[in-house]
Design a binder for this molecule. Structure first.
Ligand SMILES: Cc1ncc(COP(=O)(O)O)c(C=O)c1O
Length: 457
């Protein structure tokens, strides 16, 4: 670890003793001391006290401008007034019934208006949405296999935990990546049922179709791969997938858990002009409460109506989440708010680019809709393997440096990206850019020295 990073880590530890203490306590009863592995990092994660609007406060009283926003699930920002009002109203009228109610068709109508689906079912998490979408695709085609992309993340069920973050020795040929288990406990059958392709490489997808004739039920992907920073589909890639899926009788599933709400009013299908067969939504559609949905054509969804595919869930359409969802669609995810976020995104992106150029940092800035990321690479990342070459110490220097200056620029981990909420302001973006301008020269120096060391060896 180089001295500048050590210095930032020491500052972090000086600023956050209560988080250290709480983490130590958590570790006794909770594996890694956190409720989701993504929340664990060294030396310990920041423990949160409260949030409002675009900011949150930790246990030590430090204030942070928040671009983590619960791993991108809060385009509404913290405690959005419209969401809070709807939730508070519902809280005193019963939180769970396990019975249908009138908010269901309202929200279903809203989603069918914006996304190319005719019917949908609700759930609480992105994992559920992709799990049910995959099962439906298998039922609709009578086939078992699903093509996914190396590095793509679609949640925690067995078909999704394949080649999420494989290590280099397990990669296999980039033209035919090996299906690698995402951890112990994933059955070998799941690996056999999930052939893997390379993002932005249509030939690898074609190969999988050729190798598994009449066996592929679906191709699942995030239209913008957002678990490798931010990796855009190259021109023609989504169109090519659409054509290939149709030609081979497979369904195209857009996992829009992140992109659905944050890319724009109509999600990725509107943004890119490519229509998938199924869509999975979660995160920001709930405005801060757990809400998810998966949808498709009536023909596909009728498999549930006909009792051929089973779907259920105790928490599905609980009135609190649904009230939050309706308020979110009506008052947060509006065209006006998308323009506001787009404007802030442009300002943030332009500002980062100016500082990157001025400091001489070898990096680029990727952005789309409410999301963006500082990508510490000399050239554009096009797939998972490109992304694995990042200098992780340099990235940690960036993240802790920003956090020590009161800006959480994105969730911890270099595979994530920032989110701009509808409650962020121009002044917030100025604060973010000022912190980056302060950190960037040291980053550039460190990068230069580390490159020189590598060359010398
Ligand atoms: C693209 C994508 N799909 C699915 C999921 C899983 O969602 P959840 O964590 O709500 O289960 C995530 C979560 O980060 C995601 O980013």
């Amino acid at each position: 670890m180089y001295p500048e990073l050590q210095k930032e880590l020491a500052t972090f530890e000086r600023r956050t003793p209560k988080s250290a203490e709480s983490h130590k306590r958590n570790l006794k009863r909770i594996p890694l001391g956190v409720a989701s592995n993504y929340r664990a990092y060294d030396p310990y994660p920041i423990f949160v006290k409260e949030g409002r609007g675009s900011h949150f406060r930790d246990l030590d009283g430090n204030d942070y401008l928040d671009h983590n926003l619960c791993f991108g699930a809060l385009m509404a920002g913290h405690c959005h007034p419209a969401v809070m009002k709807a939730v508070e109203k519902r809280l005193s009228a019963g939180t769970m019934f396990g019975m249908p109610h009138d908010m269901e068709w309202q929200l279903a109508e809203e989603i069918c208006d914006r996304f190319p689906v005719e019917m949908l079912r609700f759930g609480s998490s992105g994992t559920e949405a992709t799990m049910h979408a995959i099962r439906l695709a298998r039922a609709a085609t009578g086939r078992d296999k699903i093509i996914k992309f190396e590095g793509g993340y679609h949640g925690l069920h067995d078909s999704a935990l394949v080649s999420v973050k494989p290590h280099a020795p397990d990669f296999g040929d980039i033209h035919a990546p090996t299906s690698v288990s995402g951890g112990l406990g994933v059955p070998k059958a799941s690996l056999a049922n999930v052939p893997v392709a390379t993002f932005n490489d249509l030939e690898t997808v074609e190969l999988r179709f050729r190798q598994n004739p009449g066996e592929i039920a679906a191709v699942i992907l995030e239209p913008i791969m957002m678990n490798v920073g931010l990796c855009m589909p190259q021109p023609g890639f989504l169109e090519g997938l659409r054509e290939m899926a149709t030609k081979n009788g497979a369904l195209l599933i857009f996992d829009e858990v992140k992109t659905g709400a944050k890319l724009g009013w109509g999600g990725a299908s509107e943004y890119f002009g490519v229509k998938p067969d199924m869509i999975c939504l979660a995160k920001s559609i709930g405005g801060g409460l757990p809400l998810a949905a998966f949808g498709a054509s009536t023909t596909v969804m009728d498999l549930i109506s006909q009792h051929k595919v089973f779907h259920g869930g105790t928490y599905n359409t609980n009135p609190v989440s649904m009230a939050a969802g309706l308020a979110t669609f009506h008052e947060v995810l509006t065209r006006e708010n998308y323009s506001h976020v787009e404007k802030l995104s442009q300002k943030l992106t332009d500002g980062y680019r100016t500082t990157v150029a001025k400091s001489g940092l070898q990096a680029y800035v990727a952005s789309a809709g409410a999301n963006g990321a500082l990508m510490l690479y000399p050239k554009e990342v096009r797939n998972y393997r490109d992304w694995t070459t990042v200098d992780t110490d340099l990235w940690r220097h960036y993240w802790f440096g920003m956090v020590n200056r009161g800006v959480m620029p994105q969730p911890y981990w270099w595979d994530e990206q920032w989110t701009i909420s509808v409650q962020h302001t121009e002044a917030d973006i100025d604060q973010h850019l000022a912190a980056f301008a302060d950190v960037a020269p040291a980053l550039a120096r460190a990068q230069h020295e580390r490159t020189a060391e590598v060359v010398a060896h």
